[in-house]
Design a protein. Sequence first.
Length: 396
Amino acid sequence: MRCSASLVALSLAVCLSPFALTQDTQSGSDGTPDATVVLLRELSNAPGPPGAEEPVRAIMAPMMKSASDEVRYDGLGSVIARQGESGPRIMVDAHMDELGGMVRRITPNGLLTMQMLGGWLDQALVDQRWTILGAKGPVRGVTGIRDIHVVPAEERGRVYPRNMLSIDIGAMTAEQAAQMGIEPGDPVVPDSPFEVLNGSENYLGKAWDDRVGCAVLIEAMRRTAKSAHPNRLFYVATTQEEIGLRGAHTAADVVKPDLGIAIEGGITGDVYAGHPEETQEKLGAGPGLFLYDSSTLPNRKLVAFVKKTAADNRIPLQFDLVQGYGDDSAAIQASNGGTPTINLVVPVRYTHAHNGIMNRGDFDRMVDLVVEMLNHLDQKQVDAIRNFAPQTTTQP
Ligand SMILES: [Zn+2]
């Protein structure tokens, strides 16, 4: 690349500005790169809409293999890693897929229409950059917005519905789009690179739902690989959660769990205040425990176990009840004749969108909580959680 004088001036200005302190890798006190930031950045940046999780699987599978006794796959591409030979079968789940779409049609003038995958608001789709995973590699594009100079005054506050939108990839004809390697069915994801937000403990990026859970899985399994837990732990990175918990269904068929723990991104209510009944979590206030969502109810004894584990280890715990929310624990719960489950969440601001924010302290405390739970579960504890026989009281 030619280095022009204006580019040199610009880079100098950036280097001298206080914002130059912002880096996308934080360092430890000895100057070594923070491995957790590296892991979160890699997972957030990886493109993997439902059914096209290959890039995420390519990151997860080798790391899961190196920390487990055995790795296998279900028929939908979920990665199942086992630790331990005996004891209750405990499934720890996070999903690899993210909100995205697929190319539906290439128009004669080279634009792409999109089939959305997962729960998008229409207002989140316009004027955004996207990556299309074409046959010749990633293709960049933008959902163009109508120009205000031609939009009538009465339409300026209106949300444009998704069926009006198209992705502009710079092709002027259908043939040019095809030459770029694009065809119907190609996966589409947001183009939103990870960054540490202005040197803070908050990380900006796409797909925290549920790459933050994937990262919890990796860090927890590295720790339990070294502990003497009396369980068979099945760490499972599932597929196609965003379109109906499909990978969790098939993975649970394989695992046949006695108990299930889903790790997810939680919904914060600390920005758009004034709706306290919608959600209760705050960013930076610790891991969250779902007491209710529209897909599942947690096992009450397991809720008590999580609360006790958090209290014993001085881990702050938030509670949440969200109406319009579903998660893999619902599929696990309905497997193997009924399985006690819980959904634990790392709070995330702006989950189903191009840009979300997670907090590092919340993440670290979640890893601690999951590891403490797994180290304190055993056959007796799992049997007690699974026991629904009425307690007999001794008559005086
Ligand atoms: Zn999710």
